[in-house]
Ligand binder design. Structure first.
Ligand code: ADP
Length: 718
């Protein structure tokens, strides 16, 4: 075997082994985008190198032709595989549809088929001659027309692939540029080999160095692919990221035309991306010209933006970046629109809440979970005298007055650390040392995971309220005391009044019955007047005593058998006197149904009767006063006093039973009286287990009916 043949075989072996080595290395990354095409390209290259070796070393022409044809299982597909790698690697994966791939496969497949059947048409090889000088070596071939079609196709694909990487090389910086450069150099290899083959007279005619050139290509591609693999993902993923972005992104060229827009734009502008591309950007942003007036390359400007007439009234953060071109020029613009409506709304809501907290009259303190103050409102300063800056970062312990025990604070902390609201009153100390009472509510801010991040305390100054409360308590106490004193006074005064009154009445009565000798008419009248006035006074004094006793709860009913007729008789003389004086017709009626003896407190019953009858006579000018005792039903008896007097207006009926009340039409001056009578009557009635009823018509008269439980004396009942 000639030495140069051996040398060539060595080169081809190196090329084959390189292929195998590259395949092993690439195997791990086989899943990555572009790896499949690269593997295919390397396989083809290695296969070609290997089969080429077989062609060279085959001793007879038949085998050599067999191997030549076998090489065409790989040769036609190498450029296509490299092209596909370029397509994917430069981010054009989407372009590669199934039908496009099928079209691309047509020429390589036809080439293979034609190579296999060359003897019938010589379209690939016009002639095939065995090597001269030695049995070893490649066949010497002349090319048929299809060979040139296929070669043109291959170089065209390589050219387009080179353009992909030239684009990356020009556009990108740094590592991408190096990577694209290496790959470009790799792609240039077959071209160089070709130039070499065409223009330089080869010392070895018939030997095709292209597999070797491709081996170098593969090394370059592999380095480009693996060495920079991590960053390689970026160019491929770029378009994916672009479309996956939540923010709308628009690329605008120098002249203001939209050259690219991502999917998010469809949502923002309610337009298809296809409709956006090519549009004048000022259609979307009328102020575009003003915006780009002083943009500088790579400088971002951010502004708030709303779409005119947007029904959703969204607010966007618009970021405008000028894309640097050559030198200081601008080659285009990138616009990014982020929908910040929710943020803006949340922010304004927050501002509102803060304003509300700032304005509120209650002091607000926000602490972290350890109790360190983070924020206070102006009302806090007003309440405590501490400025915001003086308390932030410290604890509210600053306000402690020492009035609350350690246990008090422990309870407080126990409550809020449990996540519960604490409410209470405490005395705190202001910055100036003065003390104040406050009502405080502490609400823990519990996060969804159960942790407490903050405490919010609301404080209200209740010093004034406390003082008022104290004053009220005191006033009440004083009032109770005063009332007690009054009652006591009343009781003793009444008692002291009653004794001499008894004496006056006793002597007057004795005078009236002429116990001290005969009296003339004038003397009799005077005595009667004395007696009558004394009687009125006694009734009043008795009322006072009754009232005092009822108020102090000292009244005791002394229930004894009594005869209603005797009761009536006891007041008859007084009443008669008055009635006669006013010329009133006095009727006294005792129901025969009523038992002769009843059980009751005849003393207080007399007082009731006296009050009612006195009123009846007092408020009646003409007509009659009617006293009636009757059995109302089996369990009730009644004591009724009716008159034909002035009557009681509807509106006064509720109040006339209150102590010291006199109805509006009745002036004290005209009728006299204290307003105590009916109050005593009612209270006594209730004490006796009965009730009082009133019927009245203004100008017609009134009827008071005291209904009492019917208790019959034992002998009577028996
Ligand atoms: P006083 O008679 O001492 O004023 P009372 O408590 O007995 O006090 O009566 C309260 C008021 O009720 C009287 O001032 C009067 O206005 C009204 N009143 C009581 N009895 C009658 C009555 N028979 N007819 C009309 N008004 C009456």
């Amino acid at each position: 075997m000639p030495a140069y043949t051996a040398l060539f075989i060595v080169f081809m072996t190196v090329s084959t082994l390189t292929g195998i080595f590259l395949l092993i290395r690439l195997w791990r990354a086989r899943q990555e985008a572009g790896a499949a095409s690269l593997i295919w390209a390397i396989l083809c290259m290695a296969f070609w190198s290997l089969t080429y070796i077989f062609e060279i070393i085959s001793p007879n022409v038949g085998w050599k032709i067999f191997w030549l044809k076998t090489e065409y299982l790989a040769i036609p597909f190498i450029s296509l595989a490299i092209f596909l790698f370029g397509v994917v690697f430069s981010g054009r994966r989407k372009w590669l549809s199934g039908s496009r791939l099928a079209w691309l496969l047509v020429i390589p497949t036809v080439t293979f088929l034609l190579a296999a059947t060359n003897e019938y048409h010589q379209l690939i090889w016009s002639q095939i001659v065995p090597p001269v000088n030695s049995a070893f070596g490649p066949l010497l071939v002349g090319h048929g027309p299809w060979f040139f079609v296929f070669t043109g196709y291959s170089y065209l694909l390589l050219l387009v692939t080179a353009l992909f990487f030239i684009q990356i090389f020009v556009r990108r910086q740094g590592i991408y540029r190096v990577q694209a450069g290496i790959i470009l150099a790799g792609i240039a290899m077959p071209w160089l080999g070709n130039v070499f083959y065409l223009f330089v007279k080869s010392p070895l005619p018939g030997y095709d160095w292209t597999p070797l050139a491709f081996a170098l290509t593969m090394i370059a591609l592999e380095i480009g692919f693996t060495r920079y693999r991590l960053v390689d993902v970026l160019p491929i993923a770029q378009s994916v990221i672009f479309d996956a972005m939540l923010d709308a992104a628009i690329v605008v060229n120098k002249t203001g035309q939209i050259v690219d827009a991502n999917l998010a734009c469809e949502r923002v502008f309610d337009l298809q991306v296809a409709d956006l591309i090519g549009k004048d950007v000022s259609l979307l942003f009328p102020e575009w010209q003003a915006w780009i007036q002083d943009t500088h390359p790579r400088v971002e400007t951010i502004r708030e933006f709303s779409l005119p007439g947007d029904p959703e009234q969204r607010i966007f953060n618009l970021k405008l970046v000028a894309i640097a071109g050559r030198g200081k020029s601008i080659s285009g613009y990138l616009l990014i629109l982020s929908d910040v409506t929710r943020n803006v709304k949340a922010l304004s809501q927050m501002r509102l809440l803060v304003a509300a907290l700032e304005a509120t009259q209650n002091a607000v303190v926000i602490t972290d979970s350890s109790g360190m103050v983070q924020w206070v409102n102006p009302a806090f300063t007003l309440l405590t005298g501490y400025e915001r800056s003086e308390i932030i970062g410290r604890t509210p312990r600053l306000l402690k007055s020492g009035h609350q025990s350690a246990g008090f604070y422990k309870k407080l902390w126990d409550t809020i650390l449990k996540g519960e609201v604490w409410r209470g009153e405490l005395i705190n100390r202001r910055k100036d040392g003065s003390e104040y009472s406050e009502e405080m509510t502490i609400t823990p801010l519990v996060q969804p995971d159960g942790t407490i991040t903050n405490f919010i305390a609301l404080k209200q100054d209740i010093t004034e309220r406390k003082q008022t409360e104290e004053q009220l308590k005191l006033a009440h106490k004083q009032a109770v005391e005063a009332n007690r004193l009054k009652t006591q006074l009343l009781a003793s005064v009444s008692h002291d009044l009653r004794t001499p009154l008894g004496t006056i009445m006793g002597y007057a009565e004795m005078l009236l019955v002429e116990a001290f000798g005969p009296q003339n008419e004038a003397q009799k009248t005077a005595t009667a007047e004395i007696l009558n006035s004394a009687n009125s006074l006694l009734t009043f004094v008795n009322n006072l005593i009754g009232q005092a006793q009822i108020e102090t709860g000292k009244i005791m009913l002394n229930n004894q058998p009594f005869e209603p007729s005797v009761l009536v008789d006891s007041i008859r003389s007084v009443v008669n006197y008055h009635a006669a004086k006013k010329n009133l017709n006095l009727k006294i009626e005792i129901d025969p149904q009523l038992p002769q003896v009843l059980i009751g407190d005849s003393y207080w019953l007399r007082q009731i009767l006296l009050n009612l009858v006195n009123n009846a006579i007092k408020f009646t000018q003409t007509g009659s006063v009617h006293i009636r005792f009757y059995k109302s039903n089996d369990t009730t008896w009644a004591l009724q006093v009716s008159d034909t007097g002035i009557g009681i207006p509807e509106k006064d009926r509720e109040n006339i039973f209150d102590a010291f009340y006199q109805h509006s039409d009745v002036s004290e001056k005209k009728y006299g009286g204290s307003g105590l009578g009916l109050s005593i009557v009612k209270q006594l009635t209730i004490l006796m287990g009965g009730k009082i009823e009133l019927e009245s018509q203004v100008g017609q008269g009134s009827t008071f009916t005291v209904l009492l439980p019917l208790v019959v004396a034992p002998e009577e009942a028996g």
